[in-house]
Design a protein around this ligand. Structure first.
Ligand code: TXA
Ligand code: MG
Length: 317
């Protein structure tokens, strides 16, 4: 899809594409984002497929205003102060996600938290207003490439994978947003970015911790972004479920089993499977079974990220 100058009509058309579950690249003040309806798991799975990422990482949800942020997440006092000072703007807050947020589990890659920001760009804001949806949007580049600061960069990387690329010219910052964990008493910088630590500390009237600074925090970035680990043991490449095991199935040929079964995609569609993965793991775990037996899942396309996630839930704890 070619680049389209972001007129009012183009924004309305882009909003329509997003509502249909399609991908739209749009400018923000930091970098161009690859946007999808954050409440539509299948649309979010398309983001990972388009980026060609070998694993699921949590995405930022872009919203139009503070009220929309509060429908999704809880803002403790310090988060509220940061939001009032920096939004709209290049600051992303990792917050506790509301129990009923409507956001697809895939957006936060199974975490209980959610990263939220209000972008400060007329086209991003017009798009959020026109679609009236929270938009999950990572930087609009293929995995491993640098973040795009011009519509042509997006076209080169993802031109054949998005419905529309809204052109708003070069981005103002050319650098991603600063990501802060604002859930607890101490504010922790997870990713430095366009909002400086000086400005953040000025608003808070106190210093912040840095996730990457040795000794400053007991948590490594890996732990901070630690993924949902099922309580049940996960058994991979299962051809059948033993008594007492739950089955995470894939495809049309599911072996008979007495225990709970969730099929990630009866038709064998990896996009649908990715969309359902985290919610399915949680639901099977909640049945109280000791073991979740997982049928083999092909390794191509999104299968690579699905298998990465399943391997890590089978081993790493
Ligand atoms: O400027 C930006 O932030 C751009 C524009 C499009 O908004 N977006 C962007 O998204 O850079 P992405 O997906 O490339 O980077 C998201 C960052 C990653 O470092 C990710 O680990 C972190 O935010 N993140 C997202 N959700 C998180 C969560 N729940 N917990 C911890 N880190 C999270
Ligand atoms: Mg990125």
């Amino acid at each position: 899809m070619a680049v389209i100058r972001a007129s009012e009509g183009a924004v309305a058309e882009a909003a329509g594409e997003l509502k249909k579950g399609r991908l739209v690249a749009f400018p923000t003040e930091t970098v161009y984002g690859l946007g999808a309806d954050a409440t539509n798991g299948r649309a979010v799975a398309l983001i990972f497929e388009a980026k060609g990422r070998p694993r699921f990482n949590p995405l930022i949800v872009h919203v139009a205003d503070l009220a929309a942020a509060k429908r999704i997440a809880e803002l403790p006092a310090k988060a509220q102060r940061l939001a009032e000072a920096f939004w709209p703007g290049p600051l992303t807050l990792v917050l506790k996600r509301r129990e009923v947020s409507g956001i697809s589990e895939l957006v936060a890659a199974g975490l209980d938290s959610i990263a939220v920001r209000i972008p400060d760009h007329p086209i991003a804001c017009a798009l959020l207003g026109a679609c009236a949806l929270p938009l999950a949007a990572p930087s609009a580049n293929r995995s491993g490439h640098v973040s795009p600061t011009r519509a042509e960069h997006v076209e080169g990387d993802l031109g054949d994978r998005v419905s529309m690329i809204l052109d708003g010219g070069p981005t103002a910052h050319g650098l991603e947003s600063t990501v802060l964990d604002a859930r607890g008493g101490r504010i922790v910088m997870l990713r430095p970015g366009a909002a400086t630590s000086d400005a953040i500390e000025g608003v808070l009237g106190e210093t912040i911790d840095r996730a990457l600074e040795a000794g400053s925090s007991p948590q490594s970035p890996g732990q901070l972004a630690s993924h949902y680990a099922p309580r049940a043991r996960v058994r991979l490449a299962a051809t059948a479920a033993a008594p007492g095991e739950a089955m995470l199935a894939f495809g049309p040929d599911v072996p008979q089993t007495a225990g709970p079964v969730i099929n990630l995609s009866p038709s064998g569609d990896l996009i649908e499977a990715a969309a359902n993965l985290f919610a399915a793991l949680r639901r099977l775990d909640a049945t109280g079974v000791a073991v979740i037996a997982v049928m083999p899942i092909p390794g191509h396309g999104l299968g690579e990220a699905i298998n990465d996630r399943l391997r890590r839930s089978a081993t790493g704890r």
